[in-house]
Design a binder for this molecule. Structure first.
Ligand code: B4P
Length: 191
């Protein structure tokens, strides 16, 4: 199985590139952000819980996120691979993912991280906020908090997978096509 982690700070282009990667590799796309937004849109108990964290730019608690992720993987048993978009975002999530994949006799193939300067992230997200209707994209203070949370809780996941030589840093500024080509080169090298 091709199990890719698409990694990077908020607004680095994970969702944008995931759309293109699933087309190329024919694998399942799991975005924990999209799953939470779906639950929020349907006012489920999970959605209501997630909303209180996401609106502030905080991470949803690990136990909630990990359970939701496992359900989504288990609901798709016959896929040839998965792009994990926005997951794992903490070391605890990374450890849970590794043991979960191990139980299925598979493992993470590679983590590809999009590298984008902070001011570019803020401007992309404020720009998206004009049309996305997302509460977490509209306010610069919340966006800055999301980036701070990324630095304090998420960035270490890159080092966690570096220890096994799986992490690759990809320049994430430029045209969407150029960034996509860089990702494909890195992924094909890892396979
Ligand atoms: P996510 O939904 O994962 O979203 P994101 O980090 O905001 O965005 P992404 O990097 O996918 O950016 P995109 O391609 O859209 O997370 C939202 C929230 O959900 C989190 O803050 C957290 O609360 C919660 N959550 C999710 N997963 C969690 C987890 N595992 N644990 C706990 N909590 C979790 O691109 C952004 C913008 O840039 C777009 O407008 C796009 O058009 C533009 N863009 C993309 N590429 C570009 C390029 N090359 N040049 C210029 N603009 C570009």
């Amino acid at each position: 199985m091709l199990n890719l982690i698409l990694f990077g700070p908020p607004g680095s282009g994970k969702g944008t590139q995931a759309e293109k990667l699933i087309e190329k590799y024919g694998i399942l796309h799991i975005s924990t952000g999209d799953l939470f937004r779906y639950e929020m849109g349907n006012n489920t108990p999970l959605g209501l819980e997630a909303k209180s964290y996401m609106a502030k730019g905080e991470l949803v608690p690990d136990e909630v996120t990990i359970g939701m992720l496992k359900n989504k993987v288990n609901a798709n048993p016959h896929v040839s691979g998965i792009i994990f978009d926005g997951f794992p975002r903490t070391i605890a999530q990374a450890q849970a993912l590794d043991s979960f994949l191990n139980e299925k006799n598979t493992q993470v193939t590679a983590l590809v991280a999009l590298d984008v300067p902070e001011d570019e992230l803020v401007s992309r997200l404020l720009n998206r906020g004009k049309s996305s209707g997302r509460a977490d994209d509209n306010d610069e203070a919340i966006i800055r908090n999301r980036i701070a949370v990324y630095k304090s809780e998420t960035a270490q996941v890159f080092d966690y997978y570096s220890a096994t030589g799986k992490s690759k840093l990809i320049p994430g500024v430029g045209s969407i096509e150029d960034i996509f080509s860089r990702l494909v080169t890195a992924i094909d090298e890892a396979c």
